[in-house]
Design a protein around this ligand. Structure first.
Ligand SMILES: [Fe+2]
Ligand SMILES: [Fe+2]
Length: 212
């Protein structure tokens, strides 16, 4: 018998991955940038696999993957809200704005996804025996992909927002180019673009100093 809160974590994680599949399908409808669409198509495939991995993990630990706790229902509600938000943005008829909404929804959804897998890794460390082995195997298979989903999409979100603001943007984002896998690497990639952006802004003549 595994502890009640570990069961809750695994069932919520599974529910969240299922919601993630729907989120990526809708986000793909919103993507304007071809490279972003390619990226999200890959993440969709990976998320479909995460559903499979978590379903198998639940079964291996004696859980019913079809059980939906009140916590799972909340997770499902939040996931549906992201889908609804993207559909609202699409219906408004501004593709650039809808793409930004999709980026934000993916970042928010991937924040929980990433946190879920971090906790699954912590549970693998804290347990022993067959439970630890099963948790560790799933974590080792998925964790790198979750880093990429979160950090790379955060980069896309920031740079596409900058572009929409008329500020020099780097596309694909530096997180993508450097293929960052950790929060530290993502921070370094983000900071690497700041001086370049500042220099470009300095070279631009200020409107009040422009020749008439
Ligand atoms: Fe995932
Ligand atoms: Fe993910």
């Amino acid at each position: 018998m595994i502890a009640a809160q570990l069961k809750e974590l695994l069932l919520q994680s599974l529910e969240h991955e299922k919601g993630g599949v729907l989120i990526y399908r809708t986000a793909l409808e919103c993507a304007v940038n071809d490279e972003l669409r390619e990226e999200w198509a890959e993440y969709l495939e990976q998320t479909e696999n995460h559903v499979e991995v978590l379903t198998s993990l639940c079964k291996a630990l004696g859980l019913d993957p079809g059980e939906r706790t009140p916590g799972c229902q909340v997770v499902q509600h939040v996931g549906k809200s992201f889908v609804q938000a993207m559909k609202m943005a699409l219906a408004a008829g501004n593709p650039v704005a809808a793409e930004l909404v999709a980026c934000e929804c993916v970042v928010l959804a991937e924040t929980k996804d990433h946190a879920d897998w971090e906790l699954i890794g912590a549970c693998a460390d804290a347990h022993e025996g067959e439970t630890a082995v099963a948790l560790r195997a799933a974590y080792d298979e998925i964790e790198d992909e979750e880093d990429e989903h979160l950090y790379h999409t955060k980069g896309w979100c920031r740079e596409l927002w900058l572009k929409s603001l008329g500020i020099s943007a780097t596309l694909p984002p530096p997180e993508e180019k450097r293929d960052v896998k950790t929060a530290v690497e993502a921070d370094q990639a983000k900071k690497s673009e700041k001086p370049r952006r500042r220099n470009r802004a300095r070279k631009r003549p200020r409107p009040d100093r422009a020749r008439k």
